[in-house]
Design a binder for this molecule. Structure first.
Ligand SMILES: [Zn+2]
Ligand SMILES: [Zn+2]
Ligand SMILES: [Zn+2]
Length: 224
């Protein structure tokens, strides 16, 4: 069965949902202002940008140019948060959005599902790392704090094969990959970033050593 070539119905809904996740996720991860979680897990100011991106797709003619989308995202972030994005993440977001659009067109919603899960996890991670209410009603906050508590005290740890620690580590890795905060409340986030920075340095010096004899060495820094 050949999927519809245009976005409509379920695919359009999924795509619009995906736009929200991608922009929210990126924003939540590298936010410079406090992230207040609303009912729809979105920052009110970000809602405007999400709406703009959705309507850009709905109203601009095919083919949609990724460059224009990137500019739209940059300008939107700038207007809403005074945030000037230069680290390539606007390009990343635009590419991701284009990517899921292509998938939605052919009825592939796997990545949307994944984003949905990751988005929920990230918001929860950010919330729980800043929450000091013992009786918090935020869904799964207590479970998340339980994981943090465990990770701090566990003696088996990942090396010993602890499944819980593995889970916590995975969540933190996901978060830290895009976190730009110098002082982040998420436990171990700064350790992960420090570790990544060292790997980066290592591969940079390897690159320099490699290129001295004329070879261009490509080193993959990002696993996954
Ligand atoms: Zn809480
Ligand atoms: Zn453990
Ligand atoms: Zn962080």
């Amino acid at each position: 069965m050949v999927g519809p070539r245009v976005l409509q119905g379920e695919s359009l809904e999924a795509f619009n949902e995906g736009i929200g996740y991608i922009l929210n996720q990126c924003f939540a991860l590298q936010t410079v202002i406090d992230y207040e979680i609303g009912d729809n897990n979105s920052h009110p100011k970000l809602e405007q940008l999400i709406a703009d991106v959705r309507s850009w797709f709905a109203h601009s003619k095919e083919p949609h140019h990724i460059g224009e989308l990137t500019i739209l995202i940059k300008e939107g972030m700038n207007t809403a948060f005074d945030l000037v994005i230069r680290d390539g993440s606007a390009e990343d977001m635009a590419a991701k959005i284009m990517g899921i659009r292509a998938q939605c067109i052919v009825g592939n919603f796997e990545n949307i599902k994944l984003l949905r899960e990751q988005g929920k996890m990230n918001v929860l991670l950010l919330h729980s790392s800043q929450c000091d209410s013992a009786h918090c009603r935020y869904p799964n906050c207590r479970q998340m704090k339980g994981l943090f508590y465990h990770a701090k005290r566990c003696r088996t740890r990942i090396f010993g094969g602890c499944v819980i620690c593995k889970k916590v580590w995975y969540l933190i890795q996901l978060h830290a990959r895009a976190c730009n905060k110098s002082e982040c409340n998420v436990p171990r986030c700064s350790d992960v970033k420090e570790h990544r920075r060292r790997l980066q340095q290592q591969s940079n010096s390897q690159q320099r050593a490699g290129s001295s004899d004329g070879n261009d060495v490509e080193v993959a820094n990002n696993a996954g």
